[in-house]
Design a protein around this ligand. Structure first.
Ligand code: FMN
Length: 135
């Protein structure tokens, strides 16, 4: 939201990366992911990725993410995350890729970039509608 003091807007060049195991447990986060989320890397490793889940995010978005990547396809979507202090949030456009580790296990990588004000406005509205229909 424009001029919202609780929003952290990503730099245009920001590239936030995290990797999870098959169950969504974080096993890698780059410096930029840590910086925007407000965590030290050690606080993220071993934690479920919903550690950054913002309550405005509809359940259906993550169901779609998981259904897509588990079927071996890449998922792309708009995500609002909160920071460690739960006071701030940041929007990203995420692309999540499934891959197979060298030990044959499945993993997932998410790469995130900045989104436009128009996209934020659109997805704030859409996700609010989706949330209002959730039970
Ligand atoms: C690689 C990867 C990255 C993810 N990144 C995020 C993220 O940035 N924010 C988020 O809320 N959930 C992310 N998720 C989805 C979470 O695993 C989780 O499904 C979501 O936060 C909803 O949490 P819940 O199932 O406890 O409601 C990611 C999942 C994967 C596989």
């Amino acid at each position: 939201m424009l001029n919202d003091p609780n929003e952290i807007v990503l730099d245009t060049q920001a590239f936030l990366v995290s990797e999870t195991d098959e169950k969504g447990i974080i096993n890698f986060a780059n410096d930029e992911f840590c910086k925007y989320a407000g965590y030290e890397v050690d606080e993220l490793i071993g934690k479920p990725h919903n550690i950054v889940r913002h309550p405005d995010m509809p359940k259906a978005a993550f169901k779609d993410l998981w259904d897509t990547v588990k079927s071996g396809k890449k998922w792309r979507g708009f995500v609002k995350n909160h920071t460690k202090d739960h006071q701030h949030y940041y929007w990203v456009f995420a692309t999540v890729y499934p891959f197979i580790n060298c030990d044959g296990k499945k993993g997932y990588i998410s790469c995130r970039r900045v989104i436009s004000e128009a996209e934020k406005e659109k997805y704030e509205k859409l996700y609010k509608e989706m949330r209002s229909k959730e039970r």
